[in-house]
Write a protein that binds this ligand. Structure first.
Ligand code: ZN
Length: 569
């Protein structure tokens, strides 16, 4: 092979005087080739420029450029062949760029899953809206590509080619050191660097889809075979709607209804038949762990058993309910999907939580709920998985909820930047105001039906907001999690018909509103509250039962370590 037969001395850098080596002195004939390669890297530049992070944009652009220049040496006798091999990546580059410009977010492992899991109609609609623009762009793009391609010189001097490849390889070799992850080895660090750029991000995404699929299949048989043997009290003759809203990154003490100094929940504060539980703890400090525990009633000390059993939707299914899963969350590990698949119908909306533009807001879940309620059927159980207060906070709510100012709608700052703590907390509190409106809209819609019905809201975990000298933000610090990550809001609204049917259960709920509870209590309490019973339903975990006992309040932190809420700071 040509590539092997090259005499070593031809490769030697000493043949090319150093001052002639830099890329800038490179012959102009290399430029068309370089320009075509730079199309692949352009999205890195645009992405960071949109975020006004110009230096990072430039560095990221150059990094991507160098990565694609590494093989130059091997193709020095046929640069055009290299371009032909890269053609699929070059042709897909405008779609990557389009995604970056439309969502203000990079394609990521989550995006691939999101597109695959989303309702196909929505993806098609998105493309249809831009088909004319995209067609014109592609025609121009292809014309420019072809023109440049005809100008590409077939060969490049061996010395230059070697220099370009060596420098490019050196750039790749040092790339991890700006953000070195000491928990993994050097090769893994290189991989992390590469996965930040197109098209490696898409390759990683496809790999994750594969992994997720295998993960779901691994324990599918056990879950399929699991039955609650649940039955509902036959005396309930009314039509029924029960809604479970899963909150996101919503912390207990930033709710006006829970005593926060700001009135962030003006609507729920006025709601009748609404109980707020004051001492409830999340099962995990991250969504992927907390939500499966919340759905299955499994404790943090027994996490893995959630994989082998069904969750709350399974219990409602068996009791004769039509069950629905409505979400705008990306579940890129599949930990939640294994339980969302238990519902009979799913509505997965296209939102990557990293996007800051054109994102779905939680009120759209309420629009979907409205359509579900209009469908025929007397017994419905609907789960709404919200994006609630997930960072970026100011992207979660529309302008009319930008009440507390200044917020990140006008100030661009990083979540870790304490200088703009005020804007960050204002933005966060505005997400609570918006969530208050979302929950209240659901209650309003359900209460109008005058059915035997309920609406339950529980957040997956809380959030850190520069609360003490640890200056923690977000909810990613898990060893141990903070008490603000653990303490979650939990509300139950019940209809008059439900209260009249089960007055004792409601009175026990009220009696236990300040008791030690956790997400572990949700499944048992909700099923029992609506008259669904099954063998093994533990009355000690049932907030509607006189036998209820305080929860151990365990939360899973980083590396699956389990902590007692009482020990957290
Ligand atoms: Zn979460």
């Amino acid at each position: 092979m040509n590539l092997i037969r090259v005499p070593l001395k031809r490769v030697s850098l000493s043949f090319v005087p150093l001052f002639r080596l830099p890329l800038i002195s490179m012959s102009l004939s290399f430029m068309p080739f370089l320009l075509i390669i730079s199309f692949i890297s352009s999205s890195e530049l645009i992405y960071h420029f949109l975020l006004k992070d110009y230096l990072r944009g430039l560095i990221s652009f150059l990094f991507s450029l160098f990565v694609f220049l590494i093989p130059t040496y091997f193709f020095r006798n046929n640069l055009k062949l290299y371009l032909i091999i890269l053609l699929p990546i070059i042709l897909l580059a405008p779609f990557n760029l389009g995604y970056v410009a439309y969502f203000n977010s990079k394609l990521s492992e989550a995006t691939v899953l999101m597109i695959l899991n989303t309702n196909r109609n929505e993806t098609l609609e998105l493309i249809r809206n831009y088909i004319l623009f995209l067609s014109i762009f592609m025609v121009v793009y292809l014309a420019v590509l072809y023109f440049l391609y005809t100008k590409v010189k077939k060969t490049i001097k061996t010395g230059y080619a070697a220099y370009i490849s060596v420098i490019s390889l050196a750039v790749l070799a040092i790339s991890p050191f700006s953000k070195y992850d000491h928990n993994v080895n050097y090769i893994k660090n290189i991989k992390i660097s590469l996965c930040s750029i197109y098209p490696y991000n898409i390759a990683e995404g496809l790999q994750n889809v594969w992994d997720q699929d295998n993960f779901i299949k691994e324990t599918k048989k056990e879950r399929d075979n699991f039955t609650f043997n649940s039955r509902q009290d036959p005396s309930i003759a009314d039509k029924q709607v029960h809604v479970l809203i899963i909150g996101e990154s919503s912390r207990y003490d930033h709710w006006g209804i829970n005593g926060y100094s700001r009135n962030t929940s003006p609507l729920l504060s006025k709601r009748e038949n609404l109980i707020t539980f004051s001492n409830t703890v999340a099962g995990g400090f991250m969504t992927e762990w907390a939500v499966p525990l919340l759905l299955t009633g499994v404790g943090a000390d027994n996490y893995h058993s959630n994989l082998y059993r069904k969750g709350i939707a399974g219990a409602f299914n068996e009791a004769g309910f039509a069950t629905y899963w409505v979400t705008n969350q990306t579940d890129y590990l599949g930990y939640i999907r294994i339980h969302s698949l238990e519902t009979q119908k799913g509505c997965y909306m296209l939102t990557d939580f990293r996007s800051t533009k054109n994102v779905h807001r939680d009120m759209e879940l309420v629009d979907t709920l409205k359509k579900i309620l209009a469908e025929p059927g007397d017994k419905k159980f609907i789960v709404l998985h919200t994006l609630g207060s997930h960072y970026s906070y100011s992207s979660r709510y529309p302008d009319q909820y930008d009440v507390l100012k200044p917020s990140n709608k006008t100030i661009t700052s990083k979540i870790t930047d304490k200088t703009y703590e005020n804007a960050l907390i204002n933005s966060y509190d505005n997400t609570i105001l918006y969530t208050d409106a979302v929950i209240d809209s659901v209650i309003r819609m359900v209460s109008r039906l005058n059915n035997f019905s309920s609406v339950t809201y529980m957040s997956d975990h809380g959030e850190d907001l520069f609360d003490d000298n640890r200056n923690l933000t977000s909810h990613h610090y898990g060893s141990p999690p903070s008490k603000h990550d653990a303490h979650i809001p939990f509300f139950i609204w019940y209809s008059l018909k439900l209260k009249n049917t089960f007055p004792d259960k409601i009175s026990h709920l009220l009696q236990h509103k300040d008791a030690k509870a956790s997400s572990e209590n949700l499944l048992t309490s909700i099923t029992s509250m609506v008259g669904i019973h099954y063998p093994g339903q533990d009355s000690l975990k049932d907030l509607t039962s006189i036998y209820f006992q305080n929860s151990k309040q365990l939360i899973m932190g980083d590396k699956m370590k389990v902590y007692h809420y009482a020990d957290l700071k």
